[in-house]
Design a protein around this ligand. Sequence first.
Ligand code: SF4
Length: 254
Amino acid sequence: MLPRELQILKSHGSQYIRNLADVRLPDTFRGRPEISGNITIEQAQELENLCPVGAINHSPEVSLDMGKCLFCKECQFKQPDLIKFTADYKIATNNRADLIIKAGDRNPTPFRHNLVREEIGKMFGRALKLRQISAGGDNTCEMELNAAGNVNFDMGRFGIEFHASPRHCDGIVITGPVTQNMEKALQLCYDAVPSPKIIILAGVDAISGGLFADNEAVKRSFIDNHTIDLYVPGNPIHPLTFINGIYRMLFDKV
Ligand code: SF4
């Protein structure tokens, strides 16, 4: 007979997702978009006019930029036969251009392992400590990053954790469009992280400015002047996308 505490634990079952590489999210999830190869220039133009952030382009070829997309699905609601958001959450990559989906493209988001700096795999493969900087964020991506460490996703099992002091970290995770008020704090925090260090942009606001890209309070010179190691699209990001992206970066696995 098991002690009562063990019985309770057993009744809870397994809380964590055992295999994070093999999760099937519901079809309602807004992951990697696909655009029909049959879309006409006129139809693409109509969607381009509808999109609030200029993520859809009809020229020089029809495309959708996941680095700008709010994943609001308005384009799919308008043209459900031509555009569809799939349940594929493995959309983080280290090459900004790979966030742009072209019409007819149904391939998974590529990850360019040849672009990963040698020291990243060598030094951070066993443990990666990160400092999160909310640079004008709205607390959505921040909450999802918190969730990445909870009992379900448990990224700590791979040695990936957030730390308070940048001096004890290996890199920074930026959320938010980077406001003028946060510019100096961001630079100070980055400077305090010992080299070699990585930069991860989490969420569409951090990647492109998102809805706030043209706001006068946004100043993105830090992003423009540094090499980005990982782009994690989403609005907000999903914890699985974040963990999968880091996993790809460190271990060259999906
Ligand atoms: S889902 Fe993305 S591409 Fe479509 S309308 Fe919204 S922001 Fe634009």
